[in-house]
Design a protein around this ligand. Structure first.
Ligand SMILES: *Cc1c(COP(=O)(O)O)cnc(C)c1O
Length: 220
């Protein structure tokens, strides 16, 4: 089942768009089923759940942290996380840099942008993005690699609104790609699109779609 769904979704993705299988709240056996079907990139939202799964599952899995990350928990995932998608403040970025330095690792991250018209979602607005990139603290960071931007559209059936939000994020990505303070960073990724809106996201240049329920079924 999981394998069929994975293969179907993959067949709809253009080349260069990576599928992150979002496995939060799903059991390790479900992840293994996807793993055996060739999937290597998985997304998790909770630190404890991620570290448990990391211990238990094959070590060549690329673990993406896609949830809201608390600063005091960065240290638990710093040694192995493949990409942290939800950096939504300079303080959090500095903590990731600090933990990276301790273990002599450059940790790949995405900056999360608030595009949804919903208060409940996290992320930076354009002004905050600009301030972060131009701060002296950011310039001094040597143990993070900012790989691009991430965002979540409003949870709505209004396709025009979803399109407008993805378009806004795509615009920011293109405007900031050449920012001089990003020249030591491989800023090439745009993480947007989930089960309900990933085809729209791809039309607006997404390079990473984060899909859970379409692969693993609804979560409780
Ligand atoms: C849960 C989650 C997803 C996947 O959602 P689905 O609707 O199950 O595809 C994607 N991104 C983030 C940030 C999530 O929290």
């Amino acid at each position: 089942m999981v394998a069929d769904k994975l293969h179907h979704i993959k067949s709809t993705l253009p080349q260069g768009v990576k599928l992150i299988a979002v496995s939060k709240k799903k059991a390790p056996v479900d992840i293994l089923e996807a793993y055996q079907a060739g999937q290597r990139d998985f997304g998790e939202n909770y630190v404890q759940e991620l570290t448990d799964k990391y211990e238990e599952l094959p070590k060549d899995i690329h673990w993406h942290f896609i949830g809201h990350l608390q600063r005091n928990k960065v240290k638990y995932i710093a040694p192995f996380v493949h990409l942290i998608h939800g950096i939504d403040s300079l303080k959090l970025l500095l903590e990731v840099n600090k933990q990276g330095k301790k273990i002599n690792r450059v940790i790949p991250v995405l900056l999360q942008i608030h595009i949804a018209k919903e208060e409940s979602k996290f992320g930076l607005d354009e002004q905050e993005l600009k301030e972060l990139l131009t701060s002296d603290e950011f310039l001094a960071c040597e143990n993070v690699n900012v790989r691009g931007l991430m965002g979540m559209a409003t949870f709505t059936k209004k396709v025009d609104q979803i399109k407008a939000e993805f378009k806004e994020l795509q615009g920011l990505y293109h405007n900031y790609r050449k920012h001089p303070h990003l020249k030591n960073h491989a800023f090439t990724e745009l993480s947007m699109g989930m089960s309900q809106d990933y085809t729209e996201a791809i039309n607006f240049g997404s390079t990473m779609v984060r899909i859970g329920s379409l692969i693993f079924g609804e979560r409780n």
